[in-house]
Ligand binder design. Structure first.
Ligand SMILES: NC(=O)c1ccc[n+]([C@@H]2O[C@H](COP(=O)([O-])OP(=O)(O)OC[C@H]3O[C@@H](n4cnc5c(N)ncnc54)[C@H](O)[C@@H]3O)[C@@H](O)[C@H]2O)c1
Ligand SMILES: N[C@@H](CCC=O)C(=O)O
Length: 497
């Protein structure tokens, strides 16, 4: 792949066939990153002064290119590069990417429309929704082509320039997204795509005085480490302004069944949420709490559904789910499986096997824990492995406390299955901070832009909500203006005279 970077080449494998190279690209050196920042800042003034309608036109045109001319190329890149099946690739690389481009235009419009509603007869007030003064640094994860598109379009639509660093395993789809934006009319300098060593690029970016915001999606620990570096820079007065930190990160997401739940429905939803895209959605299910009275039916329903599921490469259309992303993920998840298979506190219900000979394939796996506090309830594995706790029906209140406490400090998605409205109310109240996205009688994946804004709190992120004007708001520095029409005739107050 041809980019402006001049460092050593990196090769990334295809997850479903690791002997095949998916992408080969040069890594950005410190000098490449410096010149990307310089070029972005040079493009800044003209871009910030372009009317919103002209900026919007570029992203709306890009949305049409995504759903039209480039739809299948983007989907193919996402299938081969991320190991998604065709269904998941369509959701991500075509539908959600185009939705982000289109909806972000309306979210931005919502912000620009916010103007003072009251003006006294002698003056008029306005809000100037300025872009941030420096540049935005966007860092995107491997698992969604659409997410990179959002991390770029949200700040750019608000008039900002962006240095964009995608995950190595998403370099090719991100490159396509960048090319689409350029074809749609985005001026060359506005979005600078830089690939390469994450730490080198980040260090160089964070050393720059004009660094104005971090827009990050990825794991909680990496976000924390970048925030810590920004904190150090703040302490040293390295930056002109206080950089914004926007981050959506990891999850240890739960399904809770109440004794009144429709167990067949819950089982089907749990199979989808836990195992679609090999459990590699940040929203994916990874811990379940099941009442004793429902456990046997629930697990046999899940096993029945799982028996129909095929694990395979993206070109096999009958495969429901595919590989995990890379060797590191395969090692992490397979090691957890090996340890769990030997753990007396866990009963394996299904799976517990894997095959990395050709691609990074791991079979859907479920463990039931005999203890309520197994460490797996607190660890994000980011793979197709679920852990369940079976609770006595009478201890619903206690299990709510347990759910709230567990999850490794993460609070992204969660749900309840119940046909008892009082139980739903109780769970909604007691678990108020346990998930940024809480679902009732449906699975916890697949938030739809324009319908469910997305993002968690606690260690899962800053909860600015992708798919909303809340996120876009973080990329503006509103200026308040007041224009007065009458002269000031007197310094003294009437009460002074
Ligand atoms: N909450 C959300 O909306 C959301 C969405 C998608 C993924 N995720 C989370 O992302 C993770 C999976 O994605 P991933 O494996 O790409 O995450 P990751 O944290 O490994 O990488 C994310 C990005 O950070 C970069 N990065 C990695 N180490 C870095 C470092 N030391 N300094 C600076 N940058 C660094 C990567 O190159 C990549 O661009 C999971 O934890 C998942 O839950 C969250
Ligand atoms: N927004 C997606 C998840 C994105 C994270 O990987 C969902 O709701 O399933």
């Amino acid at each position: 792949m041809d980019t402006r970077s001049s460092g050593q080449d990196t090769r990334t494998p295809m997850p479903s066939e690791h002997g095949t190279v998916m992408a080969e690209f040069p890594s950005a050196t410190e000098a490449d990153v410096q010149s990307a920042i310089t070029d972005a800042l040079e493009a800044k003034q003209a871009w910030g002064e372009m009317s919103f309608h002209d900026r919007a036109a570029i992203f709306l045109r890009a949305a049409d290119l995504v759903t039209g001319k480039y739809r299948y190329e983007l989907m193919a890149a996402t299938m081969l590069g991320q190991g998604k099946n065709v269904w998941q690739a369509e959701i991500d690389a075509a539908a959600e990417l185009a939705d982000f481009f289109r909806y972000n235009v309306s979210f931005a419009q919502e912000i620009y429309d916010k103007q003072p509603t009251v003006n006294s007869p002698s003056h008029h007030g306005r809000t100037d929704w300025r872009p941030l003064e420096g540049f935005v640094y966007s860092v995107s994860p491997f698992n969604f082509t659409a997410i990179g598109g959002n991390l770029v379009s949200a700040p750019a639509l608000m008039g900002n320039v962006v240095v964009w660093k995608p995950a190595p395993m998403n370099v090719y789809p991100s490159y396509l997204v960048h090319q689409i934006l350029l074809e749609a009319g985005l001026p060359e300098g506005v979005v600078q795509l830089v690939n390469g060593d994450a730490e080198t690029i980040t260090r160089t970016v964070l050393a720059h005085r004009e660094f104005a915001a971090l827009s990050f999606i990825g794991s909680s620990d990496v976000f924390r480490s970048i925030c810590a570096q920004i904190g150090q820079g703040l302490g040293e007065k390295r930056y002109r302004e206080f950089p914004r930190t926007v981050g959506e990160t990891s999850g240890k997401n739960f399904h809770l069944l109440h004794p009144s739940a429709d167990v067949q429905n819950a089982a089907k939803h749990s199979v989808r949420a836990g195992f679609e895209y090999a459990g590699q959605k940040c929203s994916a299910l990874s811990r379940m709490y099941v009442p004793q009275s429902q456990a046997s039916t629930f697990f046999s329903e899940m096993k029945k559904e799982l028996a129909r599921i095929e694990v395979g490469p993206p070109e096999v259309f009958s495969a429901f789910t595919g590989p995990v992303i890379d060797q590191k993920a395969f090692d992490r998840v397979s090691k957890a499986i090996d340890t769990s298979n030997e753990d007396d506190r866990l009963e394996r219900i299904v799976g517990g096997t894997y095959d990395g000979s050709k691609g990074f394939f791991i079979d859907p796996t479920i463990y039931v824990s005999k203890v309520p506090d197994h460490p797996l309830f607190d660890t994000e594995l980011f793979g197709p492995v679920l852990i369940a706790y079976v609770y006595p029906d009478a201890e619903f209140d206690r299990v709510l406390e347990l759910i709230d406490k567990q999850g490794g400090g993460l609070a992204l998605t969660g749900n309840i299955f119940s046909n008892d409205q009082r139980a739903i109310r109780k769970a909604e109240d007691r678990l108020r901070y346990a998930a940024g996205n809480f679902y009732i009688n449906c699975k916890i994946t697949a938030a739809v832009i324009g319908q469910q804004t997305f993002g968690g709190s606690r260690g899962s992120g800053t909860c600015d909500k992708a798919g909303s004007s809340g996120l876009m708001m973080r990329f503006t520095a509103p200026r308040t203006l007041k224009e007065e029409y009458n002269k000031l005739e007197e310094v003294l107050y009437p009460s002074n005279i």
